[in-house]
Design a protein around this ligand. Structure first.
Ligand SMILES: Cc1ncc(COP(=O)(O)O)c(C=O)c1O
Length: 379
């Protein structure tokens, strides 16, 4: 059964998480990357069993990495080596630790903008300069631009690759990732890949793990996006064979951050949540088509290319005449909350990000509110 069709708006409004509590009740939230789904049954069972047992102490063992290895081998034909993994509190804190491991304290970090805003926030709070390498018009990596960014960032810098890419949903191909690895080696740049959205692929699209093409890479993976477990903190850092020594230097205290119950939930998702994930993916395919149809009918000036991965939609609203920050107009006049494109860096002005991990009814209502807001300003 499609998990995106199981919860009513009234049920969702009872939630106390950021998506449902940040804005007042009359605002329809289709912004932050939380999904409007009930928990997958194997995940709920793992948590319930832990609670029944009082199994809420500190984590131990490698079950999370073993579950990821089995999942990755089945879905992507590649397997991380369990001995080259470490559990970290979440993906962004894992990214910060990887940056510390492979570069000196003020080394620049290259990102492909527009990109997930916390990339800027976490890099800047580490005291590192961000070097932007904008994606091309088709939202793919522009290798001339990337090479120029590597030259500007200099030897010893790091490239933080978002794969699949948030917010555009770009899924990088084997050829592209191979070129990334070669270019990074040529310029003495280390690559850290944020692969949190990896399980969320549109029909017919294959995810390529960065470490399947680069032995010296580091990756961050997690069950948190694909099974909606952001509140149950845990993620995995994974090293390629030539990065094993880097990961081995991860300070022991980092392992104190992840939640034991979180790890149990993330492990159950990977081990037993495959059918639930497949139902979700097919619901997301429907939602991408629905959004394209609704926009064509109600807001034809908005340009939308359905993403190949992630549950996010990156909408080019520049022709609506709503200025640099259309999300603000949609919120104020339409009472619908999308992410503003501006914090996504260069290339974000005039864009909004919509979260499609919800019911068709909510997507329909959100587009209706956007159209009403636009009609109001243009009449
Ligand atoms: C690309 C990307 N990285 C990291 C995160 C956050 O992950 P975590 O909560 O595990 O830090 C998100 C959340 O949406 C994301 O889209």
């Amino acid at each position: 059964m499609n998990p995106l069709r199981q919860l009513s708006l009234d049920q969702l409004r009872q939630r106390t998480s950021m998506k449902w509590r940040y804005y007042p009740e009359d605002v329809l939230p289709v912004w932050v990357a939380e999904m409007d789904v009930p928990l997958a049954e194997p995940v709920a069972r793992a948590i319930t069993e832990a609670v029944a047992l009082g199994d809420t102490g500190y984590p131990a063992g490698t079950a999370y990495a073993e579950a990821l290895a089995e999942f990755a081998s089945k879905r992507w034909g590649w397997e991380p080596a369990v001995e080259r993994t470490a559990i970290v509190p979440d993906v962004m804190l894992g990214v910060v630790e990887m940056l510390r491991l492979v570069s000196h304290r003020d080394a620049p970090v290259v990102v492909n903008c527009p990109v997930y805003p916390p990339f800027y926030q976490f890099i800047e709070s580490l005291g590192r300069p961000v070097v932007e390498a904008p994606l091309d018009e088709a939202w793919r990596i522009d290798f001339a631009v990337l090479e120029d960014a590597f030259v500007r960032a200099g030897e010893g810098s790091v490239y933080l690759l978002c794969s699949p890419h948030n917010p555009t949903g770009t899924v990088h191909t084997t050829a592209e990732l191979t070129e990334v690895a070669a270019l990074a080696r040529k310029h003495g740049v280390r690559v850290v890949a944020d692969e949190i959205h990896a399980p969320i692929m549109a029909a017919g699209v294959s995810f390529v793990p960065y470490l399947s093409v680069a032995d010296d890479g580091l990756s961050l993976m997690s069950s948190s996006k694909a099974w909606n477990l952001a509140g149950l903190k845990a993620a995995l850092a994974i090293a390629g064979p030539q990065a094993a020594e880097d990961l081995a230097r991860l300070p022991e205290e980092v392992s104190h951050g992840p939640s034991h119950v979180g790890i149990l939930a993330h492990t159950a998702a990977l081990r037993d949540g495959g059918d639930w994930l497949d139902a979700l993916l097919s619901g997301l395919d429907d939602n991408r088509r629905l959004l394209a149809d609704l926009l064509a009918e109600h807001l034809p000036a908005v340009r939308y290319t359905p993403g190949q991965g992630t549950y996010l939609a990156w909408l080019d609203c520049r022709e609506l005449g709503l200025g640099d920050d259309p999300a603000k107009v949609f919120l104020q006049r339409g009472r619908v909350a999308l992410n503003s494109g501006i914090p996504f860096g260069t290339g974000g002005k005039g864009f909004v990000r919509m979260n499609l991990a919800t019911s068709p009814e909510i997507i329909t209502e959100a587009v209706g509110r956007m159209a009403a807001a636009w009609n109001e300003t243009s009449s």
